[in-house]
Write a protein that binds this ligand. Structure first.
Ligand code: ZN
Length: 158
């Protein structure tokens, strides 16, 4: 019985690919510092660190030039009610060859989709531009203004 309990506990602690929970976001440890930064900025501009959905963030092998993606999963409960769970996949190759600021940009972009329900902004320099290549240079030089605009447009929407 004791062995069984230990196994059970071991599974709970490390069994699921060491996911940690950060304010409603289930995530691998590599993403924690970027999520912390996002949540601190969110608190500064939107007054809360809470995310709007249950979000799971993890590495994946994404096709082509896609660096990250956000999608929704609808979970049916036994009582037939539904719950939305969001997934953020980050391309592992991109992650391994990128600078900190590029990682931060992609995490903010995907949380923009999954948490703030933001859509793409194509006509200007913005975190939500679908072409990260266009924004990367400015974001890496100074991200303050882009982050402020990112959260302010979320505020305007609501
Ligand atoms: Zn996008």
């Amino acid at each position: 019985m004791r062995i069984l309990l230990c196994l059970l506990l071991f599974n709970l602690l490390v069994g699921c690919g060491s996911f940690e929970i950060k304010n409603g976001i289930y995530t691998q440890s590599e993403f924690i510092e970027y999520i912390n930064s996002y949540l601190n900025d969110k608190e500064q501009y939107l007054g809360t660190k809470r995310v709007n959905f249950t979000i799971k963030m993890y590495f994946s092998d994404l096709k082509g030039t896609v660096l990250g993606t956000c999608f929704s999963e609808t979970i049916k409960r036994p009582d037939k009610s539904t719950k939305i769970k969001k997934h953020i996949e980050i391309d592992l190759d991109f992650w391994n060859r990128s600078k900190d600021c590029e990682k931060k940009l992609v995490i903010y972009h995907e949380l923009g989709h999954c948490d703030l329900e933001a859509e793409h902004i194509e006509e200007k320099l913005a975190i939500m531009n679908s072409d990260i290549g266009i924004v990367r240079y400015d974001f890496c030089r100074d991200d303050k203004k882009l982050i402020r605009e990112f959260f302010n447009s979320a505020k305007d929407k609501n």
